[in-house]
Design a protein around this ligand. Structure first.
Ligand code: SAM
Length: 273
């Protein structure tokens, strides 16, 4: 995807995003899996600290992503991990709808709303089914997606649709002396449950614009019961549902939906189409 052809800027955009990192590393520390798979691991923002935790707690980590440019940066950064963590991590190129691990995992995570990139129901079902197959009995599959913005959704029904422009990122990299400002517009296609997202980037050095670029992409809008259904339909039990990274219960005011599905220890059977 065009969106992921600038991995350095991706990391810059995510400067200071550590609430999700703490959530996932904390989850692994509590669940004590032997092996963790991160689907759509990107530049390793979560995978790499997870591998350091793996070295301390005794689990291994596989990061899977379809985008070579993102994985290359993840691999470059992995060289700075401790020797113990380097022995625990594997970064693999592949599609989360199809990839099959050699050994079953005990924890599979899809952080950072990566699951919204799959627009078709058959692709979503393939990911849930594949995760079920890649898990050991009793293993967990954790998926997160943003809670739909109901007021913006309602605005999409006006004619012409009202479109909000917001600055949703404004970050500075002191080492490169670069400030990156991102403006975002979202147009909902309510009947398709799809968001058309436009990111307008501006890069400044000493207050002067040095580069601007644009990314357009589409994203699936999940609703809470739909997420539940994807787990239940593919054979999972739902163990936990959170509304944020502090593990607050899901409510209408939540910004996130984080669902933890568990593959039954016995008797779980995957639903075929
Ligand atoms: C929002 S980034 C998340 C990266 C990382 N998990 C993080 O938390 O920073 C989404 C990632 O999903 C990857 N991706 C999109 N579709 C994919 C697919 N079908 N299989 C594997 N990776 C995919 C993209 O290449 C991108 O790196």
């Amino acid at each position: 995807m065009q969106l992921y052809r600038r991995p350095d800027e991706y990391d810059l955009e995510h400067t200071g995003d550590d609430a999700d990192l703490k959530f996932y590393v904390g989850l692994a520390t509590r669940l004590k899996p032997k092996s963790v798979l991160e689907l759509a691991c990107g530049t390793g923002r979560i995978t790499l600290p997870m591998a350091e935790e793996g070295a301390r707690s005794g689990f291994s980590v596989v990061g899977l992503d379809s985008e070579a440019t993102m994985l290359k940066l993840a691999r470059d950064k992995a060289r700075s991990l401790s020797t113990a963590a380097r022995k625990r991590i594997r970064l693999v190129q592949g599609d989360m709808r199809k990839w099959h691990g050699r050994e079953p995992f005990e924890l599979i995570i899809v952080p950072c709303s990566s699951i919204t990139h799959l627009l078709e129901m058959r692709d979503q079902l393939e990911v849930w089914r594949r995760a079920f197959q890649n898990l050991a009995p009793g293993g967990r599959f954790v998926v997160e997606a943003p809670m739909p913005n109901f007021s913006a959704y309602a605005d999409s029904f006006t004619n012409p649709p009202r479109i909000l422009v917001e600055i949703d990122r404004d970050v500075t990299d002191p080492k490169r002396n670069v400030r990156l400002v991102r403006r975002r517009t979202v147009t909902y296609l309510p009947d398709e449950q799809r968001a058309q997202i436009r990111f307008l980037y501006e890069k400044y050095r000493r207050k002067s614009l040095v580069e601007s670029y644009i990314d357009d992409f589409e994203s699936h809008v999940y609703f809470p019961r739909e997420l539940r259904l994807l787990f239940l339909h593919t054979g999972f039990e739902i163990e936990d549902v959170f509304g944020d990274y502090n593990r607050k219960p899901l409510s209408a005011k939540s910004e996130q939906m984080i669902m933890v599905g568990r593959k039954p220890i016995s008797g779980g059977k995957i639903q075929e189409p």
